[in-house]
Design a protein around this ligand. Structure first.
Ligand SMILES: [Fe+2]
Ligand SMILES: [Fe+2]
Length: 365
């Protein structure tokens, strides 16, 4: 029997579409599993709730912004209920990662097993599942959610935490994963209508794939198809599941894009994102880490007995301007560090003396 695996993403609450894709593919073979790359849209009666006409607000547990987004797109909100109630069952295991549009309360209940839905398997970052596929055993894993668009964005439940990222990294480095599911793409670029290359995705994901080298990577979120060889990994961007777009892996592990309706699927040309931007992102991350460290030390310094006035009583230094203060700041950080690592006052004074003498000599030159 011709075995296959369906990979779909971004069905946004359309569980009937997942079923239709299964029926279509299973008619010409044996579908053994469905992999879903995020934005599946698991909702129950309390995800959206009811509209309060007076305030214009919904009573559901999801944010008003997210509820309005679902309603604006006409995403169905009741199609997961029969599965939740056990009235319906997925025909084969559905392995899923979270996207950025989910009811995260319900999703976490499913992820942690507090609520169980037969054949629905949310992937944890530290788990590898094995699918028996003909004579092969395919190892699959995934990292859901996305990165915030900018460094200053507020961290939300749809964002990848450092903990999730490092767990995923660990899993990938200790297992040779055949199929890896992502919602956030690596840092790539696509040509827009006016032939300009527009970047999308995250350099952090690029690093993850570059180091861990899973064989095949299927990525949701962008709603258009693209494929790209990246080091030892093959990347496949998934089309919009809402309109019935998906991909199939056959028994020879070849990947083909398909759709429920007869249509020509354009595979968008792709290249890696701008290298200069990528390096800049890494630099920004380092600067941010440094700032956090300085902030932490400054906080500690407030508890330290050594300040500018103390320094003036010990050494004949002039602190007149902001510039002077800035110049002495690294010295204070170091003095403060010494204080907290329980160095004696004598040692601290010796150290400060040396630094100031050194800087005087430099100034004198
Ligand atoms: Fe989506
Ligand atoms: Fe998304």
């Amino acid at each position: 029997m011709n075995q296959k695996i369906i990979i779909v993403g971004d069905t946004h609450g359309n569980f009937e579409i997942i079923e239709e894709i299964f029926q279509k593919e299973n008619a010409s073979g044996e579908v053994v599993a469905i992999l879903h790359a995020g934005d599946i849209g698991v909702y129950d009666e309390n995800s959206i709730g009811v509209l309060d006409e007076a305030t214009g607000k919904y009573s559901g547990r999801m944010s008003q912004k997210e509820i309005k987004n679902i309603l604006r797109h006409n995403d169905p909100i009741g199609e997961f209920l029969p599965y939740l109630k056990g009235e319906k069952k997925f025909p084969v295991p559905v392995y899923n990662i979270a996207g950025n549009h989910e009811d995260f309360d319900l999703y976490d209940d499913l992820l942690e097993g507090r609520i169980k839905v037969e054949n629905f398997i949310p992937l944890k970052q530290n788990q590898v599942h094995t699918i028996d596929f003909g004579k092969q055993k395919l190892k699959i894993a995934g990292l859901g959610k996305i990165y915030p668009r900018s460094e200053t964005s507020r961290f939300g439940r749809q964002h990848i935490s450092e903990d999730e990222y490092s767990r995923s990294r660990k899993t990938l480095s200790s297992n040779k994963v055949d199929i890896f599911l992502l919602h956030e793409p690596p840092y790539l670029a696509k040509q827009n209508e006016s032939s300009k290359w527009m970047s999308f995705g995250s350099p952090r994901i690029t690093e993850l794939i570059r180091d861990a080298r899973p064989s095949k990577v299927f990525i949701g979120h962008m709603h258009f198809e693209y494929s790209y060889s990246f080091g030892q990994s093959e990347l496949f961007g998934l089309g919009y599941g809402v309109v019935g777009r998906y991909a199939v892996i056959d028994s020879k592990l070849e990947v083909k894009y398909s759709a429920l309706e007869e249509t020509t699927i354009k595979i968008h040309p792709i290249r890696v994102g701008n290298e200069a931007y990528y390096l800049n992102e890494i630099r920004k991350k380092k600067v941010q880490e440094q700032r956090l460290e300085e902030k932490r030390i400054r906080h500690e310094m407030k508890k330290s007995p050594y300040d500018m006035n103390w320094l003036k009583t010990i050494f004949p230094i002039q602190i007149k301007s902001k510039e002077d203060k800035k110049n002495y700041a690294p010295l204070f950080l170091e003095i403060s560090r010494m204080f907290f690592s329980k160095k004696s006052e004598e040692e601290i004074i010796q150290f400060a003396k040396k630094c100031i003498e050194k800087s005087l000599i430099i100034q004198g030159e």
